[in-house]
Design a protein around this ligand. Structure first.
Ligand code: MF3
Ligand code: CO
Length: 265
């Protein structure tokens, strides 16, 4: 499968979709505090997506015979990705929360995620967040025209493992554009100099999923929530990136939101 190259118009639309996805994520960050439920975050996310004129790409997303039942993915502590928001899940100080926002806007998809602490967290967990965030940056830095996809994968894996953590194998980064998942797959593990060559105009969702313990995962009986098999915490950072002759450009950058819009419902 060849990797789609976006033309000028596609890039304009990708920019819009990605800016919206990033703005939603940014708006959710200050809501993350002790006592809040993941359903509260879901509702705020759902409302921001609508307010910015987009649609959730997660809601109704089909995997096998199941459809994802929420507008956001919210994964707490040992949950890696695809946590289903719930009014029963109350955040406590010391938790970490991964928020994953994927939106449709005018036929294009923007995808991004980050993990935030709920109040102060233990130092090893703090380190997990630092390392995972930095692994994303190192991966993005490899998204240079002329490099190969494996250069991204390898940079992420090397850094994560050098810091004593592990990268999840079952889920991978991906191309993103007119659908949520396009070629190529972008594993968070692999070897330099392998995989497809990077060309200008690719839009790539680079997304290290990093476990504090073993890389093994399992899926809960809800059919969606992926958790670390050993119960140790897991972090997830993701940006959608455009490849250009001038280097990688992060598209999932939030836009300022007018204060008047901020409080209206
Ligand atoms: N960013 C996630 C992914 O690429 C979003 C999945 S939406 C869901 O897999 F519906 F599958 F949860
Ligand atoms: Co993704």
């Amino acid at each position: 499968m060849t990797i789609p190259i976006k033309n000028k118009d596609g890039i304009v639309r990708m920019r819009e979709a990605c800016a919206i996805a990033a703005t939603v994520l940014e708006q959710l960050k200050p809501l993350v505090r002790p006592g809040v439920t993941t359903q509260d975050l879901e509702e705020a996310g759902r409302d921001w997506i609508a307010r910015l004129g987009a649609r959730s790409a997660c809601y109704g997303y089909q995997h096998g015979s199941r459809r994802y039942p929420a507008h956001t993915c919210i994964s707490v502590n040992d949950e890696v990705v695809h946590g289903i928001p719930s009014f029963r899940r109350v955040l406590r100080e010391g938790d970490i929360v991964s928020l994953d926002i994927v939106v449709w806007f005018e036929g294009y998809v923007g995808d991004n995620a980050f993990t935030v602490p709920v109040g102060p967290v233990a130092e090893p967990v703090e380190k997990l967040l630092r390392v995972s965030r930095a692994a994303l940056d190192l991966g993005i830095r490899q998204a240079q025209v002329g490099n190969r996809i494996g250069d991204i994968s390898s940079a992420i894996q090397q850094y994560v493992e050098a810091n004593g953590f592990s990268v999840v194998r079952e889920m991978v980064g991906h191309g993103v554009g007119v659908s949520m998942h396009e070629p190529p797959e972008i594993p968070n593990f692999g070897r330099r100099g392998t995989g497809d060559r990077i060309k200008p105009g690719m839009t790539l969702a680079i997304e290290p999923m990093v476990n504090a313990g073993s890389c093994k995962t399992k899926t809960l009986s809800d059919g969606w929530t992926v958790v670390a098999a050993d119960g140790f915490p897991s972090a997830h950072f993701e940006h959608t990136v455009l490849t250009t002759d001038r280097g990688p450009e992060i598209l999932t950058v939030p836009r300022p939101v007018r204060a008047s819009t901020q409080n209206s419902t």
